[in-house]
Design a protein around this ligand. Structure first.
Ligand code: ADP
Ligand code: MG
Length: 700
């Protein structure tokens, strides 16, 4: 293997795995599928768990419900009875204590080929009953051959990696062992000595070694803590640097007399809630300050974010600037446009809508008016960030429903002005630790109070058997003057079929169930004019029952609607359900959300439905959602443009995140561009993690 050594010598951690012993092109391809291309990737490919193979559970001591790791010799293989092809393969195992059966489900033919009597097997699984016998339902297994690397696969804490078809644990583990053995020493330390000492963290090279092959559980924990700390620190450091640049940058100081704001307040038929007042104070102070505002406004659906945004728009306009409001969907943009026109036009502030579909003279005229500065407030979808759109003097950018836009689009809109103030609004309440993670570069304001008079929406879960009663209830509600939403899920694989389901449902409701009422249909394939027309009719009360696919998810405001009926509620995510529910309960009437489910619910679906029935609190919903989906998916980290974690778990490691955040802030306070030689390791790691999304001034 001298050839391989020569190739790797200059490359170090950048050495492609393919150059290593035992990794051919075939395996390299499988590894790449897991994101493993270089030695460095492999070193930081942390095991999903470790299996304690120092102590196996004796086969005679199995208890139903336990998760166990056992070791035994195969005493018999019994194929499933003929005709029952889906049945599992059953094994009879023997160890010093006695016998037990184990069942394996996947790939029976393959199993029958590779498993035979006399072989030694290590397996991990859950003890249950199968055909009245206590048996281990195997989750993963491994043949143990005696040989030189025996100590690697048995008699220790053995790493288990996230695997992929064709890439079994054994060779993967062998590769990792080899990589650690040969390259762990090349890992450069990232943390300054002072931080390591203060936080009691092991050196990075040692942590990597022990994260893969720990001698004890304590070692493993210490190692994982170190790696998680690095994840957090590098994220927080990047965010702190971005943020310090914003606060150091010279922005626009807007301090108009406040005439427009005062007049807007006068026209409102209500007074602002305490939370709205507080948040508005924070925003006004930001806008007045001579650096760019970079603030997140968090508030549950219906908490009244729009009016706060309108106040900010007034301030920008009175100060002589333009404001842009960007929404994630056409419908929502349309709605913001209407609301803002209604609020602002009477005050003499021209508002215009830029649609993505808009072409020809009209579009050109609108863009020209924006460019000439004749328009104070421009509303639109991501159409706003198109190249052709130019502002005369953009001073405020409001971005609604942030989690649908990436960091990138936010930046693009900002780029339409000279360091404008930015206000990001989101209706997804996020627990504090998580807000720090995702929005660490923003200041956060929270609208934690609903406007007075809101009654919590009553939520009920129902099955198909109650459909007739539900229809009766809907009819009663309409008789009382209310309106109804009926929502259908969209399942991506078969949009056409889903569409048909919704279309058929609307027709069926109109013809057979509510012939005396007006049933409308709204779906994603409609043009924005069509969507807008039907929404306007619904708003005006000319449509009683609106059947919709999830396009109504965000931001629709029809206070007279009192029932949200969600079909196939089991197919919706929790935050989606909560958003949908937020469409009702906006008026003074008692409102209802009915979750109609079909078939037996899976465990997660069951918990989602229960959470909905239990609480109206968006923060609680978000916590449950996070637990169910895990942080990666909850955040859509990839979409957000932030670096991904290698070892950290936001739920488990939250206290560590706070520590890392404090350290990051302390570092950036004294060394904003990481020029200090003591921060060389951090600097390098940061640039690698943020891969082109963050640049640092060069070291002088
Ligand atoms: P969000 O965008 O946060 O979901 P909206 O801004 O659409 O909420 O407000 C929801 C509804 O509440 C709107 O009809 C709005 O006019 C009304 N509203 C907002 N603030 C107040 C308030 N302080 N008192 C009474 N109603 C309010
Ligand atoms: Mg400012």
């Amino acid at each position: 293997m001298t050839g391989a050594r020569q190739t790797r010598a200059p490359a170090g951690l950048a050495t492609p795995l393919q150059f290593l012993k035992g990794v051919g092109p075939e395996r390299a391809k499988l590894l790449a599928r897991k994101g493993l291309e270089t030695v460095g990737d492999a070193l930081f490919f942390v095991p999903i768990r470790h299996e304690d193979r120092t102590r196996f559970t004796p086969l005679r001591a199995l208890h139903v419900g336990e998760s166990v790791t056992c070791s035994g010799v195969i005493a018999g293989v019994s194929p499933p009875p003929p005709g029952r092809r889906r049945a599992p393969l059953a094994l009879l195992l023997r160890d010093d204590s006695g016998y037990a059966t184990a069942t394996l489900f996947a790939g029976r033919h393959y199993l029958q080929r590779v498993l035979s009597r006399g072989q030694r097997l290590v397996l991990h699984g859950k003890v249950g009953r199968y055909r009245d016998k206590i048996t281990i339902a195997v989750q993963d297994w491994e043949l143990v051959e005696s040989g030189e690397d025996e100590q690697l696969h048995a008699g220790r804490l053995v790493p288990v990696y996230s695997s992929t078809e064709g890439l079994p644990q054994r060779p993967l583990r062998r590769l990792m062992w080899h990589v650690i053995d040969e390259f762990a020493g090349d890992i450069a330390e990232t943390l300054p000595e002072t931080i390591r000492a203060r936080r009691g963290l092991p050196p990075l090279a040692e942590a990597v070694r022990q994260a893969h092959f720990p001698a004890t559980e304590a070692e493993r924990e210490r190692a994982m803590r170190r790696l998680a700390f690095d994840d957090f620190l590098l994220l927080q450091l990047g965010l702190a640097i971005l943020r310090s640049r914003t606060t150091r940058a010279r922005g626009i100081s807007m301090q108009p007399r406040g005439t427009l704001v005062a007049r807007l307040r006068e026209t409102l038929s209500f007074s602002l809630t305490g939370a709205q007042e507080r948040v508005w104070d924070e925003i006004r102070a930001d806008m007045a300050a001579p650096y760019p505002m970079h603030r997140l406004l968090q508030g549950d659906v219906g908490s009244g974010k729009t009016i706060v945004a309108a106040l900010a728009v007034c301030t920008a306009v009175e100060a002589g600037y333009q404001a842009a409001v960007m929404a994630p969907t056409e419908i929502l943009a349309e709605q913001h446009f209407r609301t803002l026109s209604r609020l602002l036009e009477p005050l003499g502030v021209p508002v215009t809508l830029l649609r993505s579909g808009l072409k020809g003279r009209d579009a050109a005229a609108r863009r020209a008016a924006v460019e000439a500065g004749h328009v104070g407030c421009v509303v639109g979808t991501h159409a706003l960030v198109q190249e052709r759109v130019a502002f005369q003097r953009l001073g405020l950018a409001v971005v609604d429903e942030q989690h649908r836009f990436g960091v990138h689009q936010r930046a693009q809109l900002k780029g339409k002005g000279e360091r404008p103030d930015v206000l990001v609004m989101t209706a997804t309440p996020i627990p504090r630790t998580l807000a720090l993670t995702l929005y660490g570069d923003l200041d956060v304001s929270v609208l934690d109070e609903l406007p007075p008079g809101r009654k919590p929406v009553r939520t009920e879960a129902r099955t198909e058997t109650r459909r007739a009663q539900i229809y009766k209830f809907l009819a009663d509600q309409v008789a009382e003057g209310r309106q109804i939403y009926v929502v259908y899920p969209l399942v991506e694989e078969s949009e056409a079929m889903d569409l048909k389901a919704a279309t058929d449902m609307a027709a069926h409701l109109q013809r057979d169930v509510f012939p005396q009422l007006v049933v409308g249909l709204l779906h994603g394939r409609m043009s924005s004019e069509e969507k807008d027309a039907i929404m306007q009719r619904f708003k005006a009360g000319a449509v009683h029952v609106l059947v919709a696919t999830t396009v109504i998810e965000v931001g629709i405001d029809v206070p007279n609607a009192s029932v949200m009926l969600i079909e196939h509620a089991e197919r919706f995510g929790l935050s989606q359900l909560h958003q949908l529910r937020g469409r009702v309960g906006r008026g003074p009437w008692k409102s209802y959300c009915i979750l109609l489910t079909a078939g037996r619910l899976g465990e997660d679906a069951q918990r989602r439905v229960e959470a909905m029935v239990e609480t109206n609190d968006g923060f609680k919903i978000a916590e449950v959602d996070l637990q169910l989906r895990g942080p990666g998916e909850f955040f859509g980290t990839r979409q957000s443009g932030l670096p991904e974690f290698r070892a950290a778990d936001l739920l488990r490691d939250a206290p560590l995140l706070e520590e890392a955040r404090r350290d990051a802030q302390a570092i950036v306070a004294v060394d904003t561009e990481l020029r200090d030689p003591a921060h060389r390791g951090l600097r390098q790691a940061l640039l690698t993690r943020w891969r082109g999304k963050l640049e640092l001034a060069s070291v002088g």
